[in-house]
Each structure stands twice: as C-alpha cells, then as structure tokens.
Design a protein around this ligand. Structure first.
Ligand code: BG6
Length: 483
C-alpha cells in the first residue's frame, strides 16, 4: 500500500562508524597506539578483555584487526562518495584520540592527525553530508593506561579536555552534533573497552568502575561547558547503549527486577540529563562498599552542564525476572529468553517494537531531543555467482525498526535523526570479526585480514537510498502497530 513520507524534511538520515573499526592506518600519520590496537581477534580477545594486564603490548603471534581494519585511511574518498550516492544527510564518525594526542598526555596536538580529519570533513561537505562526531569511541590512547591507569585516574579529565578543546577549536565551525563518550554505560560490563581500566588485581571492581564512571561523567560535563563557550550553536549529547529490559511476567518482583536492570543504563542518562546522581544509586553503593570521591566542584559542574540531547544505540531488548539479580549487583547476567522475538546469527534478540518502547521511555524521562546513532543487523553475507549480495534479512530488519521509529515520532518523540551502524562493513567491536557484517557496502576482507578490500554494493544499498529519498514513504508497513 503506498503511503506518505514518515519522517520530517530536516530529519538526519545516514550511517555511523568508529575510527578504530574502519580507519586502519594504526601507525600512519604519527598516530599512537590506542587500547583497541592491543585487542586481538580470535579466542584470545575475550580473555584479553577480561584480563587485559598481560596483553598491553602488540605481540607478533596475535592478529589485531584494528591495525588495518578496512583501510578507510587510504580509501576515504571512495567510501564517502558511496555514502553520497546513498544520499546520506549525516555520517557519524569518531576521531581517534591517539591520532591527535599519540600518547594522550602531550601538550601539543599532532598536526598530521588533525589534517586527516580536515580532509574527511572536506569530503563530507562535497556531498552535503553533515558530520556527527563522537569524541571518544572505545579508543583511549594506550599511553594513558600504561602511565596513568586509564579512567581510574582523575588526571584523565584534563587530558580529555585538552583533546576535546583541540577538536572544538579546529572543527567547531563544521560540526554541530558532538557526543562525549560512546556507550558510556558499557563501562559497567566492559571496563577495559569503555573505561581503559585494567582491573586484574583490583579487589572491589565495582568501586573502581563507578569511580572511573564518575571521572568520565565529569569530563563529559566539562566538555559540554567548553563546547558551549567555544561554539555556542553546537550541541553535546550523551551516548548510551540502550537495550531496554522487559519483565518476564507480571509478577511484581519481576517488574522490580526489570526496573533495576534499566537503571543500570539510565543512571548514566540521569546524571547527564538531570545533572545529579539519582537517589536509587545510594542503596547500591552502600550495599557494595562503594565510596566515591566526588568533590563539591564536581557536583557543580555536573549540575550546570547537562547535555543538549540524548543519543543511543539500539540493537535489542532483554527480558529478566526476579531470579536474575540486577546487573547493578551482579557481574554475570544471563537474560531470560523472550519467546516473542527472534534472534540474529550472533544470538542478539531482534525486537523492532523495543525501539519504539526505548524512544518513548527515554523521551518521557528526559524531555530532550533524542538521536538514534546506531541500529543494525550483524549478519553473514553470501556473494552470489554473479557477484550480487541479496541481504533481504538486513532490509527486513531495518525496515521493521524504521517503521517503529516512525511510530515513536507519531507518539510525540522529538527525534533528530537515525544513523545505521556500519553502513560499510567494519570490524566488529565485540568479537573482532570482519564477517559480522552490518553494511550496505560489502568489503572484501575476512576475519584474518585477507581479501582485496574491494567495495561492493549490496541489495540494501539501493533500498536505503530509496528510504532516504522518500523520507520513509517506501517502507513496508505490512505489520500491525498499536495506535
Ligand atoms: C556498539 C558499538 O556497541 O555496537 C559499536 O558502539 C559496535 O562500536 C556495535 O560495533 C555493534 O557491535 P559489534 O560487536 O557487533 O560490532
């Protein structure tokens, strides 16, 4: 059934990427090593992320997918031209911190690194693509881990601010939407990736995680202040990984369990949007022997510098019950299986309606504009004998999620835009694989780094361009929605 456009004219449509997952060129342009550059692919990755201490240098016997990734560093003109062909109005990228401050603690930035992003922004402008920038996307300079213990050290706030100030001064006239930390809440479950924390020998890991979170939250608020001073029209957003939790039954205790699980993530949104620590954390801190070092100055900075918008990634929902103690109190979490949703090849629940739920929940809570900055399906793609790639599963996934996004807009949610994760195939952040593919553009590179790097359009390429051109009028609305 033909229907009207579903998205407003000013809606930003595009894709989202992170430097360490597509740039490659890990030692080019005087770039330093970042924490991702010592995260190997293969079976050692999990072990490394859990016990990073003995992996903090590049080893000859391991393969590191970030080192070359898909070599956007050399292919950026070609790749941005393809995004232009899909008529993107926005591209979310991250700046690799170690390209700008190779060790993290220098007083002067690396001009070669800054020039690289000048060229990327020039190229984006050519195709009228608005850059949306993540300041820190899982890629703290390794030097800051070795010399200072990562975000366990308050000094990181100043290093981060020097870096952020450099970016605001250099690119402030070209970038309106900024994000301080990618998926800041992931520090709870992935302290090395999101907090550059090496906790092998730390007895109270939760104490360390929440202290480091506090420093990141203060850094985020200070960066917001600085951005507003230096570039008055620019906006700062926090960025959450938001997978809402449903209660498995209407049993009251299951509802409390879901409430608590959601708070693990919402805590980070609450501090960013409301400017203070929510009272529900007091009980958790007490029960876990957590005493945070928070100064009066910190409280003032948090209070006076809340974010302008809330951005988030959405891939899935989870289901929980009272037998699953809250993530707040539990490090190992096994979600309850939800019989109403399917799962991806990697076992991630697929729940488009959950995105409408997430949008409404966040907007009800914060009443600030929202921005979906990641959503997509990681899948194995097959190349047909004629060279084509029929990724109908990806088209279906994105179609169904976008239909729910449109429903949320009808519900009254103020939404800035939607950028799919990995519009071109990139290295998986979780597994280090290349073959967990999200793109509209296939890249010939495998899990071990073999392949020609040739870029090839998948079926979803034209599909997404048509969705963008028609503002959603080409989406398939065959499924029932609740009005
Ligand atoms: C988000 C991250 O967690 O999910 C991205 O911000 C990541 O960096 C994406 O790539 C998808 O996860 P994965 O593990 O499939 O790459």
């Amino acid at each position: 059934m033909p229907h009207d456009a579903l998205f407003p004219d000013h809606f930003l449509f595009g894709g989202a990427l992170a430097g360490n997952q597509y740039e490659g060129g890990f030692d080019q342009g005087r770039k330093g090593l970042s924490i991702v550059d010592v995260e190997p692919a293969g079976p050692e990755r999990k072990e490394m992320l859990e016990h990073p201490k003995k992996y903090l240098q590049v080893r000859d016997d391991l393969y590191y997918p970030s080192h070359r990734a898909i070599e956007f560093y050399d292919h950026f003109k070609e790749d941005i031209r393809l995004f232009g062909e899909m008529h993107f109005s926005a591209l979310r990228i991250s700046i690799a911190w170690a390209r700008i401050f190779p060790n993290g603690d220098e007083t002067e930035p690396n001009e070669e690194g800054l020039k690289f992003y000048d060229q990327v922004f020039d190229e984006l402008e050519k195709y009228h693509i608005e850059p949306v920038v993540t300041i820190s996307h899982y890629e703290t300079p390794l030097g800051l881990v070795k010399m200072y213990g990562g975000w366990s050290n308050r000094k990181l706030i100043d290093f981060y601010l020097r870096y952020a100030e450099t970016l605001f001064k250099r690119y402030g006239n070209r970038v309106k939407y900024w994000m301080s930390f990618n998926e800041i809440n992931c520090i709870v479950t992935s302290p090395f990736i999101a907090g550059a924390l090496v906790l092998d020998d730390v007895p109270n890991k939760k104490q360390a995680i929440y202290q480091a979170s506090h420093y990141e939250l203060v850094a985020s608020a200070k960066a917001t202040k600085l951005l507003h001073e230096l570039v008055p029209n620019a906006e700062m957003g926090c960025m959450l990984a938001f997978s809402p939790f449903y209660a498995n039954t209407c049993k009251p205790e299951d509802q409390i369990a879901a409430l608590q699980q959601n708070r693990v993530t919402l805590f980070f949104g609450d501090v960013h949007a409301r400017g203070c620590y929510p009272s529900y954390m007091n009980r958790f801190f007490k029960a876990n022997g957590i005493e945070l070092e928070i100064t009066d100055e910190d409280r003032k900075v948090l209070r006076e510098n809340t974010v302008d918008y809330i951005s988030f990634s959405y891939y899935m929902s989870f289901t929980t019950d009272a037998d699953q103690r809250s993530l707040l109190a539990n490090e190992v979490f096994e979600p309850v299986k939800n019989p109403y949703v399917e799962a991806s090849d990697w076992g991630w629940p697929i729940d488009p309606v959950g995105l409408r739920y997430a949008l409404n929940l966040l907007y009800d809570r914060y009443q600030k504009p929202l921005f979906i900055v990641e959503n997509g399906l990681g899948a194995r793609d097959e190349i047909e004998p004629d060279g084509s790639i029929h990724d109908d599963y990806r088209i279906n996934y994105l179609n169904d999620h976008l239909v729910q996004v449109a429903e949320a807009i009808k519900d009254g949610v103020d939404l800035i835009g939607y950028t799919t994760w990995g519009p071109i195939d990139v290295v998986s952040a979780g597994t280090g694989e290349m073959e967990k593919r999200y793109g509209f553009i296939y890249v010939d590179r495998d899990n071990k780094g073999n392949g020609s790097l040739e870029r090839r359009k998948k079926k979803s390429f034209d599909w997404y361009r048509d969705v963008i051109d028609s503002k959603g009028a080409t989406l398939n609305l065959s499924k029932e929605t609740i009005k």
